[in-house]
Write a new protein. Sequence first.
Lengths: 350, 507
Amino acid sequence: MNALELHSIYKSFGPQRALENINLSVPTGSRTVIVGPSGSGKTTLLRMIAGFEFPDSGSLTLNGQTLVDATHCVPAHQRLIGYVPQDGALFPHMTVAANIGFGLTDKGPTRQTRIAELMDSVALDASMAQRWPHELSGGQQQRVALARALAQQPRLMLLDEPFSALDTGLRAAMRKMVARLLADAGVTTILVTHDQSEALSFADQLAVMRQGRLVQSGPPMDLYQYPHDTQTALFLGDAVVMPARIEAGWAHCDLGRIAVNSQGTHPTAQIMLRPEQLQISSTSTDSSGCQGVVTERDFGGNTCTLTVALHAAEFEPGRSLLVRSTGLQAPATGSAVHVTTLGHAHILPD
Amino acid sequence: MGRGGAWVTGLSVLVSLLALLPIAFVIGVSWQTGWATVEALVFRPRVAELLINTVLLVVITLPLCVVLGIALAWLTERSNLPGRRLWSLLAVAPLAVPAFVHSYAWVSLVPSIHGLPAGVLVSVIAYFPFLYLPVAATLRRLDPAIEDVAESLGLKPWAVFFRVVLPQLRLAICGGALLVGLHLLAEYGLYAMIRFDTFTTAIFDQFKSTFNGPAANMLAAVLALCCLAMLTAESAARGHARYARVGSGSARDQRIVQLSPRTTAFALLLQGLTCLLALGVPLITLGKWLIAGGVEVWQMSELLPALEQTLLLGVAGAVLTTCAAVPIAWLSIRAPGRLQRVLESCNYITSSLPGIVVALALVTVTIHYARPIYQTTLTVLLAYLLMFLPRALISLRAGIAQAPVELENMARSLGRSPGRALWLITMRLAAPGAAAGAALVFLAITNELTATLLLAPNGTRTLATGFWAMTSEIDYAAAAPYALIMILLSLPLTGLLYHQSKRTAGR
């Protein structure tokens, strides 16, 4: 069953079109990530779900209750939707405990117990309760913000780039903790981010936004492997996009003959491969693949990114590719290599 | 913004239109008087003489204030001068002494003092803290890494100061100099007491002899033009360079320069001398008069009502002005735009006009168009509103900025209605800013003399006008208690100003 349904949402700020025909269903208990470059409208969409912005047209329902349609709209404070913004937005004039307790209706000892439980659930030490927001680190502030949003047992949780202010190591740990916590609580979650690796790792359902439009949505693996267009392909990770001739389940391209998931025929198609599908070896072991020479070597610790110039490039003479190799066995600059492909190539529809 | 936003915009427009009243008055009377009369009244030797006096006063006083302000600020912020925290407090303390009390102290110490030299001396002493405060705050906030880089590029310490530090102080110096300049143009009591003629004193005399005549009005128009010229000069001098710290991460602490024993001695002498002239002279003179006057000068039957009137006017004016500033402050944080900037600058321009111009405008307008409020407390409060609105505005704006709309949204998403969210979060967070703004307006009203003298209903006697009445009768001993009470009232608020300048610097 779907918890949240967005139906043909439009929104403009003056002449600027912010959202255009947004349709999205969020299944109950799932984690949906909306990803897109800055200015793509993802934060506007999130604020609209929270009730801080209103669409020009379209409708929005949560658990069957209409939140917004042409005739009426439910104000933010009656929606019971949790919201954690980028910087946490803790109330600076309240202690940690008062911040967390802000949305609680309980009074007296039950309130204290509940606050203690919430602090425990986000792994905050009980001794922090009387601290002030400015005395906390960035990660601690985010935990307080999360506990505060969880306190009112929201029907839906909205996270607006909640990890982007944290440093890299902490970010991954926080992401895991939040994912586990929300799964345990069974709260349907929408996270907005511009970080594709965060999006891919956090999501059950991924939705890609660009220029106010929702260009593609589905399971993260599907989007990564079968993007609808080049831009989405490149946004979700490095990709090799090249022209090819499709014939009976095979693509003929500068890399030789590669299997594709299509039986059709197409004289001028674009195919996409992820760099991890390309493999290099020093000697040719089979007839497939093609020959090249390493022109550049970018050592990055566990992986090494090589630039390989292909010898017989029929579509684009002198083409070179980026190929990943394990750092330890990367061939030196100038070495002759053989490039082969794993799995299928994806034919880009555009 | 919705309907609430329209209301706020409407109110801001109303307040700003009110602020345009003095400018409209200047243009209106010039128009009505007719070109021939204007020419006869403006192009005459007397006006030239006043203009020369005013220009000389500004041209000599400003550089002295700038140099003194920078020197003291550098010593207290960047050197290991012994007792620099105390010196820094003492450099701000002269603000608690009203300018005309400074002048009173000097006249009673050296009765022969008069003219331009006296004007410059007392002005520098009374107004240099206006430069010290912003320059010290900026020095504290500068990114030390920039100086490190300059030094690594081969600059000697003096060169680092002149080529890197000083240019970054530009905004602070411009702002402070403008404030001092506007005070020089607007001040009446200080110059009247040492018999130095400026536009303001001349207008006042003219007003007393011919009341609301074209002669006074035309002088006021010239004075208003001088103020506008100064505003323009300042905004041109400010330039367009970016002075905020570029880059992320937190700045390191400032480097402290070790002074040699000889420099230390010289610096202590400078600090001590400034302190002696700016605080010692007023306090010693006051003490002398209080001792000489004994118990008799404490005429409680006159002092207490004056205190009461001052407090009443101060509190009423502060509340009124702060409330009037709310819509504009709100717009400037929550819905900044071109309209809001125009509205805000209306208020700034008017408050830069001397009290005497504002007062003349209100006299003229109330006599002709609003007779019932002529010479009432309401008119006095209106003058305070026009003159001091920006003081409330700046603090209030900082207060509202403490409460980003995001926090209000947060409270709403946690189940509070919009009204409750506004009250629990925004109002609560903006309250200190509003209180600070109200306190600054209160301080200004307590020491206001010119507009109060012109506008107050008969029988009104504030501490300032009471003090003025006594000194006009050359009863310096009887004036001393008024001065003392004014200083005591101003002290905590001066402390607040000092504290605020530390806080804007992030300490």
